[in-house]
Design a protein around this ligand. Sequence first.
Ligand SMILES: [Zn+2]
Length: 329
Amino acid sequence: MNLRSVTRNPQSSAACPLCGSQETGLFCHAFDHVRWTPEERWEILWCRDCGYGWTHPPLEPEKIGTYYPPAYLGNTSQMIDDYRQGRLQKSRSWRKETEKVGLIEQFKTGGRILDVGCADARFLLALDGNRWDRTGVELSEPTVALVSEVFPKLTLIAGDIYSPRLTPSSFDVVTFWHVLEHLPEPEKVLRRVKELLRPGGLVFISLPNLDSLQALWFRRFWYGFDDVPRHLHHFSPRSLQRILSEAGLEFLHGPLFFSRIVNFHCLKWSLINWSREKFGTRGPYYALKPLLFVFELVESLTRSAGIITVVAAREIGRDHRRLEASGPS
Ligand SMILES: [Zn+2]
């Protein structure tokens, strides 16, 4: 895709943190739509060479927590209640979880799985507990305490991926559902993933795609920027491939465009943002909504969806391959 038209802003020029190139520019400005603070603007900077984007200035690590409002993870008690009553399993939100399970089970149908930033653990709940040994890490201690009490078969850890309770070389699958873009030092995180995976284990990463038609078209109205400044990074297939390989993981598949629900949600909210901010009403959104289906078709044909997923592996090392070839002794 031709992103050469991105505006250059000499004030914002900085070397790309991922590849070191000086060919960087301003993609757009963005504000926090979750806390709704339009007066506070961040720059989205972008590298022409590797496609990586980043929020500038980045949040200082010790201040990141203050940018997550208490209700950020939703109402966990309500989720538990809905799950027990069977209402959650009938919802659109649950379909997003079963879609993820369907994607993973195209590659592996059981084993030990770790979900990083698991929130209320609904993805882990959607996995079959007879085939999957399910672990999640989540920074929110109250959420972990509440969910662990009700679902003792899940192993939930209040903390991050560096928790010593996670055993190296013990996981078949690690997942990041809209999480990697929130984490400082994503390369270090991916090195830890490599350490935690068994040889041949897989990592699934799902996030907004800066190199998408949606991002290029909607710019500052793009839903993928609504979570700025919590989204510290704005990846694309190219930059993801680069960072995975620098972390020593083998890029296998992607970008996969497996969830129409999630992609359409992103497209829809981008149009709502545009409509509200330009006209102060959702009216134009309703008038133009049918066109989103055409837009989605073009995205699908050009393989440039707004939300993408990639799959990478911890390579089966040479020694391990030799052992496998000679069989058990
Ligand atoms: Zn770069």
